[in-house]
Design a protein around this ligand. Sequence first.
Ligand SMILES: O=c1[nH]cnc2c1ncn2[C@@H]1O[C@H](CO)[C@@H](O)[C@H]1O
Length: 532
Amino acid sequence: MSSLITELAEYQVKRKELISRDRSLRLDVLDQDNLSTLEIQADHLIRSIRATEAESVWSADYPSIPHPFPGMEFLTGRSIIVQTEIYKILCKMPKGALLHAHLDATVNASFLYDLGLQEPSMHVQVPKAINAQTLNAVLPKFKALPAELHNNEALSLTSPSYVPDSWLSLTQAREQFDSELGGPDGFDQWVLGCLTINPAEAYGTHNTVTKIWQKFVSTFRVADGLIQYTPIFTKYIREFIRSSIEDGILYVEPRVNFWIKTMVNADGVENVTHRELLMIFESILEETIVDLKARGREDEFVGAKIIYTTIRFLEPDELDWYFEDCIALKKEFPHLIAGFDLVGDENVLYPLSHYTEKLLNFRHMQKDAGVDIPFILHAGETLGDGSKADMNLYDAILLGTKRIGHGFSLVKHPELMNICKEKNIALEVCPISNEILRLTSSMPMHPLPILLNHGIPVALCSDDPSVFGNMGLSFDFFQVLVSSDVTGLIQLGAMAKDSIKHSMLESDQKAVALEKWHKQWQKFLEYVVSRA
Ligand SMILES: O=c1[nH]cnc2c1ncn2[C@@H]1O[C@H](CO)[C@@H](O)[C@H]1O
């Protein structure tokens, strides 16, 4: 065939051309002409540290981690990751916006548990007495009780005569925990184990999507009893914002679960409405902005908005209450409510198509009320191909979703990928979440490069960091960086920038955020290069 290349020089030229055509849609390529020398230098430096650590860190053998590799299972590899140079550098990287995180899974589990221990009203119950056999199967339920119901007298949770579901003060329960089961330390470990997923569960006992979701959902039932108490909720929000800023996150758009209609007030009475919840949220935001300004750190944070969510196990008619609630909140806090979503395991709960009529009607309700609450929907968080969770992608797009939460199965749909590109629908990709929830066995098998190479906008997100232990965004950026030879620091920067562009900030606020990010980015590049 005459078109066959026979000369080496021509081959080399064609090879180069083919590679650049293949990668031409990537953001780091599209942006090539605007790169500064500093950016190029920093990118090279990071690539060289990555190559060195691939040998020095990831080829070594560890007694407790027999087969390490870059991008390995996060829960097993975490202790290695935190020792790497790349991780330490990425902790300082300005991450832009955090666009996909469930609020009730954003604060370090030990921190939340400590908040509970500090509250005399916090009580705990279990459905049956705890012993060595039941320890791993019994979940604590927490609740703050009014003074007249405080109980320091009930039998220990580990007493064979414990009356199922009787409330005992948290500190008493801890003190009285059977010494055979480790006493107070054993109690702490048990509670923390119920708030998090450990490697033995993710990669052993619960190593399928279905099983790990059962464990995953149970962590929320435990955490929510602690969080849904205003004195704790207030400190919880403060810690979420503080730790996000510490990790270089400039803006957060958490999904708040409004399924529970009221939270418990300081007196132990369950009467705190969603409106009051938003007032607390707003006051913490204001406090943070003032505090940062006083410390000359105002370039580090621009604020937060909430994505209103409820759960996909509700019957369609039950959504009406939430639609009205959401619209009322949007009217009173227009700057705080960013959008609407339905959450929960797409593989087992109702698909979006079950709610189509209701969701379309919600648009009419909004029109009548003179508000606009865009859909920002979870879809395609699945291994399915044509399953109801996979089919959610069609519905999310037809419903006009602004972004797609996860979209893990999008790469099976060429037409939907085109639409995302044309309509500029960003994917909220949560690498560590996808791996722990068993959609991928490790990061090198994750479809992220397929999305990036097709030019689909992506914002990296942490999803449920308190459950997975991937606090902030540094770990997710780490897993992405070390699992590719193509993706470098410039691509990470492009994703950080995209997260701001695809946030629900108003356009003037977006401009402010981008400007602040650029300032942070410049400082960060100088820091990276100064390490050479
Ligand atoms: O990745 C996810 N996909 C779908 N639902 C989720 C995910 N992470 C958390 N939740 C759901 O959000 C609620 C807590 O706010 C919980 O119901 C949890 O199942």
